[in-house]
Write a protein that binds this ligand. Structure first.
Ligand code: SAH
Ligand code: SF4
Ligand code: F3S
Length: 455
């Protein structure tokens, strides 16, 4: 087997990051070695995101730049994966004829054979964009057993995909189109993958899905009756796992049973990403979000009852079609009442095949920018205030990086914590207790007190 170099550029969410890892592992079996230098690559794969127009533009400008590379090296194979591949399919080649391969979100396990045919010059184009009706990733963890974990910088933590697709059809969103229908991955596969990862030394797992709250509710394996809280408890019970997280949750499906997990599962981190999108009921209705702000605030209150130190994060879209000054003021008001620890906020962007693309009363770009700036400015202040609340506290943090004098760690609440030099040797994945003595808006500083008792 001849070794070849593989360069993957990943855009978008954790789903794509996880898919890129899987691609690397699948192709490692075929003798492909990951490289950081596209100039050395035999295969360049762009794993793409289509969530906003800007994300898609980045993909096409990068592909444009690869045209020259391909002229210089005609044997180079250029491939497109991910959500733009799924959305555009064949049309990518019309715009970018130097693209050899287009692989949709649920066909990545086909990559080995597709690349074999291209490299063997059996064919000059490979396109696979079917959406499947069963969980598309075969039980690939059998493969992982024989493969050393890929040399990711953060080898102590991993994502584990538990669902694919989405059935919510928020009116602005491409994901139901690019990832297909919601399908829950078989419980046994998830547990087996977690066990293998933990045996390989992984300390922290994040369970991934577009709407993990509805795990097991739609298109699960016949005979499998397990809800998301049930799954969380079973994953948490895997011996040796130190931290558990999950993302993302839809407020409409957030049950009391799940909130209770934050009180009862020791290794579940006190951090919850609960995208609200807007503070206005009228906008939420047009977004097809299926909850009201009163409903959302109720859930926030219950979460804090179960876990007083829980840090809440959210996603916000400003400038949704028809968003009035009063609607935007309601979003600002929501920020004041919840005081999110952090948020991801975006200007609304029209996307292909979404309902809101056809809505009237589009908001001018300048207004969107003003609203985004106002929101982000206030969020930054609140994030700083939230971080200041940690001053003087002794908290458990997990080491991420321990180069020379600088030690970087992360709290359960997902804050980055920079630690002064350590009295003991620490390694990525170790839990230590740290006293917090400085707070900024994006990170904390502290000193290591002692190893955590959970080490
Ligand atoms: N499944 C997740 C989020 C997926 S997309 C969830 O439901 O929370 C991540 C975020 O991108 C969304 O929460 C939303 O805030 C933002 N987003 C999605 N479509 C968008 C669009 N057309 N314009 C602007 N932001 C968008
Ligand atoms: Fe998109 Fe809504 Fe599904 Fe999230 S829940 S992926 S925002 S359709
Ligand atoms: Fe982007 Fe697809 Fe994720 S559109 S955000 S990569 S699901």
């Amino acid at each position: 087997m001849m070794n070849k170099n593989l360069y993957i550029k990943t855009f978008g969410c954790q789903m794509n990051e996880r898919d890129s890892e899987i691609i690397e592992q699948l192709l490692a079996q075929e003798g492909y070695i990951p490289t950081d230098n596209p100039g050395d690559a035999d295969v360049i794969l762009i794993n793409t995101c289509s969530i906003r127009e800007k994300a898609e533009q980045k993909v096409f400008s990068l592909l444009g730049a690869l045209r020259e590379e391909k002229k210089r090296n005609p044997d180079l194979i250029v491939g497109v994966a991910g959500c733009v591949a799924q959305q555009e399919g064949e049309q990518i080649r019309e715009r970018m004829p130097h693209v050899d391969l287009v692989v949709g979100t649920q066909q990545i396990y086909r990559l080995p054979e597709m690349l074999q045919r291209l490299a063997g010059k059996v064919t000059t184009r490979e396109i696979a964009t079917n959406l499947e009706s069963a969980f598309a990733i075969p039980p690939f963890q059998k493969l992982l057993k024989d493969v050393a974990p890929s040399p990711a910088p953060q080898n102590y933590r991993r994502f584990v995909t538990i669902m694919q697709g989405c059935n919510n059809f928020c009116s602005y969103c491409v994901v139901p189109g690019t990832r297909g229908r919601e399908i829950s991955r078989p419980l046994a596969d998830i547990l087996e993958e977690v066990e293998i990862l933990v045996a390989q030394g992984i300390k922290e797992i994040t369970l991934l899905g577009q709407n993990v709250n509805s795990y097991g509710q739609t298109n699960a394996v016949a005979g499998q009756a397990v809800t998301f809280p049930g799954l969380l408890r079973q994953v948490a019970a895997v011996g040796g796992l130190k931290r558990l997280r999950f993302t993302t949750s839809h407020p409409k499906d957030l049950t009391d049973e799940l909130m209770r997990c934050f009180a009862e599962i020791e290794i579940l981190c006190p951090h919850f990403h609960l995208p609200v999108q807007s503070g206005s009921d009228a906008v939420l209705k047009r977004m097809n979000r299926k909850y009201t702000i009163a409903h959302y605030l109720d859930k926030v209150e219950s979460l804090r009852r179960y876990r007083p130190d829980i840090a809440l994060a959210t996603d916000i879209i400003v400038g949704f079609p028809g968003e009035s000054e009063a609607d935007f003021a309601a979003t600002m008001e929501l920020l004041e009442s919840v005081r999110f620890h952090s948020s991801f906020s975006f200007k609304y962007s029209d996307r292909p095949h979404t309902r809101s693309a056809g809505f009237a009363d589009k908001i001018p770009e300048e207004v969107k920018s003003q609203r985004l700036t106002a929101f982000q400015r206030r969020q930054d202040e609140i994030s700083l205030e939230r971080n200041i609340e940690s001053l003087g506290n002794v908290i458990e943090v997990m080491i991420e990086d321990s180069h020379a004098a600088a030690v970087k760690a992360r709290s359960g609440a997902n804050q980055v914590v920079h630690l002064s030099s350590s009295p003991v040797d620490v390694y990525p994945g170790d839990l230590v207790m740290a006293r917090i003595n400085q707070a900024g808006k994006h990170s904390l500083k502290g000193t290591i007190m002692l190893q955590s008792t959970r080490r």
